[in-house]
Design a protein around this ligand. Sequence first.
Ligand SMILES: [Zn+2]
Length: 209
Amino acid sequence: MAKLYFRFGAMGSAKTLNLLAVAHNYRQQRKKVLLIKPQIDLRFGANAITSRAGLTCDADLLVSEKSYFTLKGNDLISHDSLKKDQKNEIVLDNKLDYSCFLVDEAQFLTKELVEALYEITILCNIPVIAYGLKTDFRNFLFEGSKRLLELSDTIEEIKTTCFYCEKKATHNIRLIGEKPVFTGETVDIGADEKYRPCCKMCLHKLKSR
Ligand SMILES: [Zn+2]
């Protein structure tokens, strides 16, 4: 049976680079991979999956909070909370010869989409590897990450170093200018200048300045 993987890491831990390397390896072997990206992330254009190291690749499928998957006419997961006209149906029948689904910025998936991806591993026997942040800058789980932690067969940490010292980064600091901020909305996607990986001790020091 195929597995659902959640590979999480702080900002700047090369999650997207890892995803692009996995996609490259599959394609080198002439195997098909489906690159999925939540539509919320428009940093580098709607379609592009871009790592900070500069590599880029177009997403094959953009998903939103209105997206849902169907398989042979049946919903993989019910979305009773959505009105019919709000739905954005993604039919999987022509995607079943894929060797793997790869998801970038998976923290922005809805819990329903994570559940659908989980079912795809069972019903379609396609492995799904989701890359994303675990927690936001206030240290709360993202909706997608919470469901991924609950459902994934394999959970792996992609490690990186704290921006301020040599310890492992476990948190994401939000900066406005050079000033750390600890309040605000969860979703405010930024590039390097807005977020930094940080360890627990440095977070404590910054907070108590
Ligand atoms: Zn530190």
